[in-house]
Design a protein around this ligand. Structure first.
Ligand code: SAH
Ligand code: SF4
Ligand code: F3S
Length: 452
């Protein structure tokens, strides 16, 4: 069937706001690329927008509440410009589908994460006075050949989506329902994108997926698995840093650790979400590993790369969590000595396994108390991890001026820690320098340039 071409954008202005994870940031860049190809113009100024899109997140209830609040604020733009089109895209669009149209009448478009090629048609339907809805999930869509328009980039580090969806079905998590089945992107298109980034001056690429280490591209001969893909990207240039997020502990193979350890330009940083330190909780969460397995993986990483920073995600107060389970999370944190962590209160998500089969039985007050303990401990651990760096010298990739002062530069170590130091003639974004750490806070390292 021949699909008729969508009407062109005629220079209409598209404004887009992004919530949620890096995958959404990447998707926004794909949407803008598709829309620009149809003649729409991207704007950062909401006041002049003809189309407002909101790329949404459903992972916790407060993420969705924030978006409902934002939609209320859009009413005034619609009152000022009656032809304004408002679209909800991404995970919340996928989760709520047509319900969004009923709950919020200013919404004209509802588009799930696999329907972005259809965006121009959905906008055309809305322009014609109808509603544009596409929430079909796909088993193949990876937007492989689409060149993202890099929007908020510092020109030094770029994110490259290498896969979409997730099939892990952690019992608390909505992502498999909002993003569909896991699928990997053709490595040729990934390599091309990484090479183009390097040629454009980028010096760091982060390979993105909900579970990057289960990346697998099946072609006629041997499949390309994640360690192989990392090797191929690392081979582009020795001064191109390679990062990746997020890894799942169950898929962290010895081969993966070997490849990391043998490539100096694969960064010494692994984000390895533990979620809990209690094997009983991990089992209820359907994480498919135990505390002992997790600690075994940490030991293997440390043996191969003693200087590797390890960071994590933790959930406080999941269904049935006892004080003993919580204490095990705290003890796991101490045992690993995380450099940093993202920490959350459990939020029951509709339709997940937990919502269908479990009870949200830890009180809000108790969740808050446990989360506070976790955060306080992590602050100590982050400060301690940073204190250990004082006196050491690191290679830093400069990202630009520090937020506070033009007289200072900032950049990251291979361990992904931010370093601030005094600027010097001729140095700028994209340069590598050696910096000796002289001081730190729990969030930042401070240092001085090593001058030989
Ligand atoms: N795919 C990644 C991250 C997914 S979402 C991974 O598996 O590691 C990011 C984080 O949000 C998760 O790691 C988890 O810590 C948190 N999260 C997911 N669902 C949640 C929920 N229902 N309540 C609270 N936190 C949640
Ligand atoms: Fe969610 Fe688990 Fe998939 Fe991560 S691995 S996205 S927590 S289901
Ligand atoms: Fe949120 Fe969807 Fe990412 S639910 S965390 S935007 S995959």
């Amino acid at each position: 069937m021949k699909i008729s071409r969508a009407t062109t954008g005629d220079g209409h202005k598209l404004y887009i706001e992004t919530y949620g994870c890096q995958m959404n940031v990447g998707d926004t860049e794909i949407i803008v690329s598709i829309m620009q190809g149809e003649g729409y113009e991207y704007t950062r100024n909401i006041e002049e927008a003809d189309i407002i899109l909101v790329n949404t997140c459903s992972v916790r209830d407060n993420a969705e509440q924030r978006i409902w609040g934002r939609l209320k604020e859009f009413h005034r733009y619609k009152r000022a410009k009656r032809s304004l089109i408002v679209g909800i895209v991404g995970c919340m669009a996928e989760r709520l589908k047509e319900q969004l149209l009923e709950k919020e009448p200013i919404v004209d478009i509802v588009a799930g994460p696999d329907s972005y090629r259809d965006m121009p048609k959905l906008v055309a339907a809305a322009k014609a006075g109808g509603k544009g809805v596409n929430v079909a999930l796909s088993q193949e869509e990876t937007y492989g050949e689409i060149r993202p328009v890099r929007l908020d980039s510092n020109g030094v580090s770029a994110f490259i989506s290498i896969m979409r969806g997730c099939i892990n079905m952690c019992s608390y998590c909505v992502v498999p329902y909002t993003r569909g089945i896991e699928r990997s992107r053709d490595p040729e298109t990934i390599l091309r994108e990484a090479r183009e980034c390097y040629e454009a001056g980028y010096r760091e690429v982060t390979l993105l997926g909900q579970n990057v280490n289960s990346y697998r591209w099946k072609c006629s001969e041997e499949p390309v698995v994640f360690p192989k893909l990392m090797e191929m990207v690392a081979a582009i240039a020795p001064d191109l840093r390679v990062r990746f997020a997020t890894s799942h502990p169950k898929d962290l193979s010895d081969r993966f650790i070997e490849v990391m350890a043998s490539h100096p330009n694969i960064c010494r940083a692994i984000h390895l979400p533990a979620q809990s330190g209690s094997t009983r909780m991990l089992q209820i969460m359907n994480r498919k590993y135990t505390r002992e397995w997790y600690l075994g993986r940490i030991a293997a990483i440390r043996a191969a790369m003693p200087d590797c920073a390890i960071t994590t995600d933790l959930i406080a107060g999941f269904c049935t969590e006892t004080l003993e389970d919580h204490a095990e999370t705290l003890s796991l944190m101490r045992e690993v000595g995380y450099a940093s962590a993202f920490m959350f209160k459990f939020s029951m998500r509709p339709n997940t396994y937990a919502a269908r089969h479990m009870t949200d039985d830890v009180s809000e007050e108790e969740k808050t108390r446990r989360l506070t303990e976790i955060i306080n401990l992590q602050n100590e651990l982050s400060a301690e991890s940073n204190r250990k760096d004082v006196g050491k010298t690191f290679e830093v990739l400069i990202e630009g001026h520090s937020k506070r002062s033009e007289a200072q530069l900032c950049g990251r170590t291979s361990q992904n820690k931010m370093v601030v130091f005094d600027a010097a003639e001729g140095l700028g974004a994209g340069d590598y320098v050696k910096v000796t750490i002289t001081d730190c806070s729990s969030a930042t390292l401070f240092g001085k340039l090593l001058t030989e």
